[in-house]
Ligand binder design. Sequence first.
Ligand SMILES: C[S@@+](CC[C@H](N)C(=O)[O-])C[C@H]1O[C@@H](n2cnc3c(N)ncnc32)[C@H](O)[C@@H]1O
Length: 208
Amino acid sequence: MTQDDELNNAYALKSPEDNRRLYARWADSYDSTFVAEMDYQLPFHAADAFVKAGGHGPVLDVGAGTGLVGERLTSQGVGPVDGTDISPEMLAVADEKKTYRSLFASDITQPMDVKDGTYAGIISAGTFTLGHVGPDAFDQLLRIAAPGALFVITINGEHFESEGFAAKLAALHSQIHDLKLVPVRYYGANAQGDHAKDEGKMAIFRKV
Ligand SMILES: C[S@@+](CC[C@H](N)C(=O)[O-])C[C@H]1O[C@@H](n2cnc3c(N)ncnc32)[C@H](O)[C@@H]1O
């Protein structure tokens, strides 16, 4: 399967169960095929933006996947970093990187068993996108974030308006401040195929 096929399958997912199934199959080869062949940079851009904005731990990496965000954050001295993902298979790969304090499976479209105000930072790369997680999950992430917590969330550029992300961020205006929408490229110069030039936005803001 080419990386275009993989990406088209991922964008066509319809439910959390579809996500569980696809990422269970993809987990073992994700880093060596998708990340390597597409020169996937999004998690590194998100982590670097978090550090640049003065973020600190404890941080929750949402849709942590194989743990690329956590690895980048801890390499820059940010921690502790916890990670959550709907796919236990992806989390098993993340666990091998030995950079997370704790990894736990959860469907972030459902209520999470995490106390209010737990995290000083919330970060997410590649998860708020078509076929994955929509903007309503922001409510729960705000609940588990401490006052003043820093958020860096990448959002698919093509679907930013149509999937309701722009409207949701506008509706949250009394709960967040210092919102910046920073354009970001998903892939580096070595990417090939239809998605090579995909762009998104990083929503960077703080909880009031
Ligand atoms: C494209 S991967 C990104 C993984 C990692 N952040 C990265 O940038 O490499 C999307 C991740 O979102 C996770 N995911 C999809 N739906 C989810 C949900 N409802 N709750 C939690 N995680 C979900 C998938 O299992 C997958 O690991």
